[in-house]
Design a protein around this ligand. Sequence first.
Ligand code: G3H
Ligand code: 13P
Ligand code: ZN
Length: 285
Amino acid sequence: MMPLVPLRTLLDAAEQGNYAVGAFNCNNMEIVQAIVEAADELRSPVIIQASQGAIKYAGLHYVAGLARLAADAATVPVALHLDHGTDYNTVIACIRAGFTSVMFDGSQWPKAENIARTKEIVKVAHAVGVSVEGEIGKIGGVEDDIAVDERDAMLTPVADAIEFYEATGVDALAMSFGTAHGHYKLPPKLALDRIEAVHQRTGAYLVMHGGSGVPQDDVRQGIQLGIRKVNIDTELRESFLSEVRAQLAAKPKEIDPRKILGPARDVLKEKLKDKMKLFGSAGKA
Ligand code: G3H
Ligand code: 13P
Ligand code: ZN
């Protein structure tokens, strides 16, 4: 029986042990169950995260309630995190609903305004023991079709990342170092030097957004250099839905959703376990 824990607690331990904790997006009960069962079976700390879209789909209190029940049933520490929160009211509603961590993504604003808005969130969240992830620079989607020199221009300058981290006091830092959300057309090229520079100079716990499809060696190297949280969504969606499709094709007359969603949950659980082993969090709880 474990209460939800703040993200900071998980990432402090990850820094000590030089590994990363997986932050897995959830949208429904089966996904939450797969995340926590995989973590429990591998003795891994874990982060359940919900985007604003997930909250809109499932309802804030369902998301918070599901995660709390899952954590209660788990014997490993679990954090519940808001992914890419873009407005103050959503962040506050999540804190009130029991989230133990929030991302405030102020990347749509110029740096000074992003810093000011993020500081305000940090002040409120820390007052009630909730952790905060901030974002400096823009982590794009792979649909943003851009040339290599343009891509480099979109990477977060090290000086900006350090300035943002020191000015805001966030617990975890998302910056643009070459990953993107969604499917990669070509394998991403990570600016590992930027990860290393920011982590070495500040001790910041860096977050890898767009973790789906990043080659395993790059993930391992990033973790060696200071990545402490890896976000995965696209690969989970694919593994869950490809099994749903396979089950529907194999059992066209099936009318019991449990016979379709149950096997999909099992397949997803194995995918999650692979990620926990890759991130080095397995066996750390
Ligand atoms: O970074 C975005 C996550 O993959 C969540 O996506 O907004 O469609 O839930 P979503
Ligand atoms: P992917 O969907 O590319 O795995 O990215 C997930 C993410 O960064 C959520 O914030
Ligand atoms: Zn993201």
